[in-house]
Write a protein of this length. Structure first.
Lengths: 642, 286
């Protein structure tokens, strides 16, 4: 049985505002006037206890206005988005090493490289068109190494597949580093000229011999050695990663451990050599670039820099507080403490996307005021006091988004939005006006030009130039010239002045997953995406994919036999936080003790009831990739399924 | 430090095209030169994102001194070459190719073909009413796209797009030989039992509409498909962070088809299932 008969929940567009007269009352239709007035009242009452969930799906322009709303109208840096649940560790790690949070390479470069390492990334499924560039590279002679606990469809194209135990990326990376050092393959000129902390790093990785790493990671020593030599000996090499690296309680440390390898070998800052974190949402890069994060102002400029603050204070005629705001994760914790009482949530669905979803729902319910601005009545919107119908960023508005290679591209309005749905920026401006700030933007381009005046990295990107070049990669300070497609070429400069701050090695230690497996929870559950579906399925549920077979818990054939379960059979899956029923799927890409689920069908099987909210202390990303579960047969004739 | 590879500088090749001096960068094809000179040479199997296959022979030109006609789409321009695009021999050859194709295959949804048939005075009817090569109903076995082999000219573009030139899924191949040759998935089964991942990159390159969006197929069947009323707007996909450019084809405020610009640095005209078909959510309006 390949496909089950199933009717997935499909969402229909919101066409008018909804309000709730009391906490218990149902949502009812309202006019824009009433809905906006109520929102303004709700937000005004919560000054000092407000948080903005901006949207990694919406345009740069919308994210710019949303963070400005939080900072100017509400006077807080509490603005963040779902970047927190995916790639915040990449940004944190890259910033710590290089002072900039973007991937260092371009897609085109991977076609002209010699060695490609895909670490914790099933790009063949999750980033299919990026993977076409990888395939071009492979067809051109590049050798690809796949590092992933699952033998994914990406791994099928690899020269070698390294399958570490979940959460042992740091031991593996350290063993690769140690092997490079002991084989005499360190790029000494680069290390000396462009890095700091090498001696500490060498001491740090010294214990991670190939045999110890084999014991801890489960990867054969010879395969680790092979990867180390291939990466270090390559003329050019690309190191790519996705959420397999970041969605851990020590995600930032994982990222640092990978960056160390590029520093050791000089595989950064040159054409064809670089680091490429693959972003999960259409504008998760841009959201952060626009300052919709609690520690950066637009243009990824540091909130703690007095010069920067002065520039924004002048431009916005306001006071910019000299401290960081709360991350999404911290905002959820502040809800428990009662210090965050109102939330403006734009285009996000945290009630289903957060780890430990039940806890997230309980916290959202406890708020004094929740306004949700979305194109659908999501589970999060169902909890709201006011629901504002918005336009779909990618097809119903003008603006720009920024992709994984830092390319800012034009988004254009093709479709007329339904009913009374309005553009995010117009809604934000109307609310700002009600709260005493009269912002006038003629169109998205006016917002963009305000941003260009404040962000040196975006200054040269006029709409006309974006159109002409089919998108431009940041940094782009000049309106005349274009920068190289890779970052940090400065590190190779002979002149120490031009070289700038040297990149520090990350001194990070192995720390196994928080949710330990034991006799009661013997199976390691890891999560990820499937080819045809996306995140909580609100978008992708809308089309009839022939590949879709709904949620299931995927086991290896050996485990299926051990538990006596077959494909399609409903089983009970239990973690220390929750329990649910899910059908079994058997996937030979897994191995004994490792199970896989996606989170695309939360209305059928709410996978995030199982996941653990163990957060990276630096970036705040939860450990979606490692929970401990057990599988139990549901006795025949038992309770009805689902 | 590795510099950005600029490639070898390309010299200009000079040759004679229809009696006029033509200069094109080294490596250009005769077709490139014709297009640069504003000449309309018919093409079917040629694709701007694919390696020339020389399957259809509708673009042939006369090269002085050559025994046979040369396909303009793959023959590179050489210095001193004398090329004529409009000799009696070339025109006659194109006419026969068009007659053979148009009599054996349904070209009703092939752009420009009606105009070429007139221009070359082709008479496909002279082979009689039973010339159809494949006589079968379109295959509608999934909700995303339809395969109508009655419109297939065996140009191999879908095979190349699905295979090693782009998608590397190898779901589509040619089965049979000679008169029995046809495009097929494994065991000629339904798409849903094949290796197809529904990226639709085969639809993107199909020159005749043999492969089409189900939305287009349904609208054509209902008589509502009207390209005159359609608009095309290029935006950026709303799914992952790769940033693929999507060209949305709209009719009456409904997205009816999605393509991608072939010269786009991110996609080169290719998309995945989500970008190609995952648009329906914006128009689920009750």
């Amino acid at each position: 049985m390949r496909k089950r008969d199933r009717t997935p929940k499909t969402y229909t567009r919101l066409t008018h505002p909804l309000v709730r007269d009391s906490r218990e009352a149902p949502l009812r239709r309202a006019t824009w006037e009433e809905a906006l007035d109520r929102t303004a009242r709700g937000l005004a009452a919560a000054r000092g206890a407000f948080g903005m969930f901006s949207c990694a799906r919406a345009t740069n322009e919308m994210n710019y206005v949303a963070q400005k709303f939080a900072r100017v109208v509400m006077g807080t840096h509490n603005v963040d988005s779902c970047n927190r649940t995916c790639h915040a560790p990449s940004v944190a790690g890259l910033s710590a090493a290089f002072g900039s949070g973007g991937g260092t390479s371009s897609y085109e470069e991977i076609e002209h490289t010699d060695v490609i390492v895909m670490w914790g990334s099933n790009a063949r499924f999750a980033h299919p068109i990026f993977f076409q560039h990888v395939l071009k590279g492979i067809r051109g002679g590049a050798r690809m190494y796949a590092v992933d606990p699952r033998r994914t469809s990406t791994a099928e194209w690899a020269e070698s597949w390294l399958g570490p135990n979940v959460g042992t990326d740091i031991p593996l990376a350290h063993a690769v580093g140690r092997e490079i050092i002991h084989a005499g393959l360190v790029n000494e000129a680069f290390v000396e000229r462009a890095t700091t902390g090498y001696d500490d790093y060498r001491a740090l990785v010294e214990p991670w011999t190939l045999s110890l790493a084999e014991k801890v990671t489960g990867v054969p020593a010879a395969a680790i050695r092979d990867l180390a030599h291939a990466y270090a000996r390559a003329e050019r090499a690309q190191l790519c990663w996705t959420l397999g690296i970041t969605e851990h309680h020590n995600g930032t440390d994982n990222v640092r451990a990978l960056i160390n390898l590029s520093l050791l070998t000089g595989h950064v800052g040159r054409y064809g050599s670089g680091l490429q974190p693959l972003r999960g949402q259409n504008n998760v890069q841009g959201g952060g670039d626009m300052g919709a994060i609690p520690n950066r102002l637009p243009g990824f400029q540091d909130v703690l820099d007095p010069e920067v603050r002065r520039k924004f204070e002048t431009a916005w005629d306001t006071v910019v507080e000299p401290h960081h705001g709360l991350t999404l994760t911290e905002m959820f914790e502040a809800m428990d403490e009662g210090t965050l009482r109102a939330v403006y949530c734009i285009g996000e669905n945290p009630a289903q996307s957060e780890a430990d979803a039940e806890q997230a729902v309980r916290r959202l319910r406890a708020l004094d005021f929740l306004v949700v601005q979305d194109i659908f009545l999501t589970r999060t919107a169902e909890l709201a006091d006011v629901v504002l119908p918005a336009t779909a960023g990618w097809a119903e508005t003008e603006g720009t988004t920024t992709n994984s290679e830092r390319r800012v591209q034009r988004v254009r309005k093709a479709v007329t939005p339904p009913g009374e749905a309005r553009e995010d920026i117009d809604i934000l401006c109307d609310l700002a006006a009600r709260l005493g700030h009269d912002w006038k933007y003629a169109d998205a381009e006016a917002v963009w030009n305000e941003l260009r005046a404040l962000s040196p990295d975006h200054h040269g990107m006029t709409y006309a130039r974006l159109e002409e070049h089919q998108g431009i990669q940041w940094p782009c300070p000049s309106t005349e010239e274009l920068e190289p497609p890779y970052l940090h070429g400065r590190l190779w400069s002979r002149d120490p002045g031009l070289r700038g701050r040297r990149a520090p090695f990350g001194i990070v230690r192995h720390d196994p997953p928080v949710d330990l497996t034991d006799e009661r929870y013997p199976i390691r559950l890891t999560t990820g995406r499937r080819l045809d579906s996306y995140n909580t399925g609100v978008q992708s549920g809308g089309y009839a994919s022939p590949l879709r077979r709904g949620e299931s818990v995927e086991l290896c054939p050996e485990d299926a036999e051990r538990y006596g379960v077959v494909v399609g059979e409903q089983v009970r899956v239990t973690s220390r936080r929750g329990s649910l029923l899910a059908p079994v799927w058997v996937d030979p890409a897994l191995r004994p003790g490792l199970a896989f689920m996606s989170f695309h069908f939360p209305d059928e099987v709410d996978t995030n009831q199982l996941t653990i909210e163990a957060n990276c202390p630096i970036a705040g990303t939860a450990e979606f990739k490692a929970s401990a579960i057990r599988i139990e047969k549901v006795s025949t004739g038992g309770p009805a399924l689902r | 430090m590795t510099a950005i590879p600029l490639g070898v500088p390309r010299r200009l090749v000079e040759f004679t095209l229809d009696g006029q001096e033509a200069r094109v960068p080294e490596g250009s094809t005769i077709l490139d030169a014709c297009r640069a000179a504003g000449k309309d040479v018919p093409t079917l199997c040629e694709g701007d994102t694919l390696t020339p296959k020389n399957a259809c022979r509708v673009c042939v030109v006369d090269v002085e001194g050559a025994r046979t006609l040369a396909p303009a789409c793959s023959r590179r321009a050489e210095p001193g070459m004398v090329v004529r695009t409009d000799t009696e021999r070339a025109r006659h050859s194109r006419k026969v190719v068009l007659e053979l194709l148009a009599s054996s295959v349904d070209l009703s949804t092939t752009p420009s073909v009606a105009q070429w048939l007139t221009e070359y005075e082709a008479k496909p009817d002279r082979f009689g009413p039973d010339a159809a090569r494949v006589d079968e109903a379109p295959r509608v076995d999934n909700d995303l796209y339809v395969r109508d082999y009655g419109k297939c000219i065996l140009c191999y573009k879908c095979v190349d797009a699905c295979g090693d030139q782009w998608q590397n899924s190898f779901a589509i191949s040619v089965s049979g030989r000679g008169f029995d040759a046809r495009i097929s998935v494994e065991h000629d089964g339904p798409l849903t039992d094949s290796a197809c991942v529904y990226c639709g990159n085969c639809i993107e390159v199909c020159p005749t509409g043999a492969l089409s969006f189900k939305s287009e197929y349904d609208m054509r069947a209902a008589g509502t498909w009207d390209e005159e009323r359609q608009t095309e707007t290029t935006t950026v996909c709303a799914y992952c962070g790769v940033g693929c450019n999507l060209t949305l084809h709209l009719q009456d405020n409904e997205i009816v088809k999605v393509t991608s610009p072939h010269d786009n640095p991110v996609t080169h005209g290719n998309l995945c299932i989500k970008g190609r078909f995952g648009y329906q959510h914006v128009q689920n309006r009750d």
